[in-house]
Write a protein that binds this ligand. Structure first.
Ligand SMILES: *Cc1c(COP(=O)(O)O)cnc(C)c1O
Length: 361
């Protein structure tokens, strides 16, 4: 790759991989797929991801905030969109006017969402948003003269197949459905996230809401044929022959134990390289894994290349699909004690350019 194209910092978003993943999930689900594109498409770019997901067979979009949903409409997207998280007292009239479906967890939200098509959310045990089972009959009654399209809920531990909370939540979901039907509603139902879509096809109900797996990151322990969509890359900006005994980067936490060639890579924690990885991660540089030495700085990292002939312009992969031995977002997450969701979502950064490949013509 050397010499052709040398970005300072970019995420390459592979829309072919995304379409492959959406098709795989749709095939598993056997029901309509809602592509969840909140948080700017988990850091991949909400609009291009939404368009590619719809091309690949998704029929709904999901965003957390109403403003994200309105932004999708402004980009010309006409597919149904569900939004479900608002500020207290938020004016939802733009979302209503834009034809965005709104998730509703309380009678107060029902009022705020007046005029929208509604998805009533029952809290079956995540204990985050959603209407508690005690308040559910009242919400359902109050919603009778509204346009209720769905009832829905969200699972706490679908990423641990066999966790007893999954069946418990499904049971409470079924009870909530019975109550809604008894009140004369005829809603569709949706419960499953990516993990449940992959492991519990019996819980697909009438639609699944997939996020992480669509981006190619596998939330469950079993193997899945998912293709990671995001590659984070940069390139060598300069190299330097450094004598044994020299310390590198702030605080000199790493000292060269031999003469070596150091490569400077112009990305740092302001670009999504967590400083907490300092001293314990590698990049793929000129096709080979090499250690990043010393502290991660705001704008720069330093890679120990030994006696290898590396040069400015050489490609650096921070993380990618892993197919060619490069580190993955999961590897970063494991080192940091977090999940790969956080790693890719963290790449929503103005200074890091996004480039889409595999876009349809
Ligand atoms: C984020 C989210 C999803 C998607 O979850 P994944 O684990 O990424 O598939 C589905 N439903 C709701 C309500 C969400 O907030």
């Amino acid at each position: 790759m050397s010499g052709q194209y040398a970005p300072r910092a970019e995420t390459v978003v592979d829309l072919d991989a995304l379409r492959h993943n959406v098709a795989l999930l749709a095939e598993r689900a056997q029901v309509p797929v809602m592509a969840v594109v909140k948080a700017d498409g988990y850091g991949h770019g909400a609009v291009p991801i939404a368009k590619a997901a719809l091309e690949a067979g998704a029929t709904w979009l999901g965003s957390a905030s109403a403003t994200e949903a309105v932004d999708l409409r402004k980009a010309g997207i006409e597919a149904p969109i569900l939004a479900w998280l608002y500020a207290p007292g938020e004016d939802l009239s733009d979302a209503v006017a834009a034809g965005v479906d709104l998730g509703v967890s309380s009678v107060d939200e029902l009022r705020a969402a007046d005029g929208a098509r509604l998805h009533l959310k029952i809290d079956t045990g995540l204990n985050r948003n959603g209407c508690s089972p005690e308040d559910w009959p009242e919400l359902v009654k109050a919603a009778r003269d509204h346009d209720v399209h769905a009832i829905w809920s969200h699972l706490a531990s679908a990423d641990e197949p066999g966790n007893p909370s999954i069946d418990r939540q499904a049971g409470r979901f079924d009870e909530a459905y019975e109550i809604a039907v008894a009140e004369g509603l005829q809603p569709i139902r949706h419960l499953a996230n990516s993990a449940a879509t992959l492991t519990r096809p019996d819980l697909a109900y009438d639609m699944v809401r997939v996020g992480i797996a669509m981006y190619g990151l596998n939330p469950v322990p079993q193997h899945e044929d998912l293709r990671p969509v995001m590659t984070f890359r940069s390139s060598v900006v300069s190299t330097k022959r450094t004598p044994a005994g020299e310390g590198v980067s702030y605080g000199h936490t790493w000292v060269a134990d031999r003469d070596t060639t150091l490569a400077l890579v112009p990305v740092g924690y302001a670009d999504g390289v967590p400083r907490g990885l300092s001293g314990r991660f590698e990049v793929s540089l000129a096709g080979q894994r090499r250690p990043v030495v010393g502290r991660v700085c705001m704008d720069q990292i330093v890679v120990d290349c030994g006696d290898d002939p590396v040069s400015p312009g050489d490609e650096v992969i921070l993380f990618g699909p892993g197919a060619h031995g490069e580190p993955t977002a999961r590897e970063w997450a494991d080192k940091l004690g977090t999940i790969d969701y956080e790693i890719v979502t963290n790449m929503y950064r103005p200074r890091v350019r996004r480039r889409y490949v595999g876009a349809s013509s």
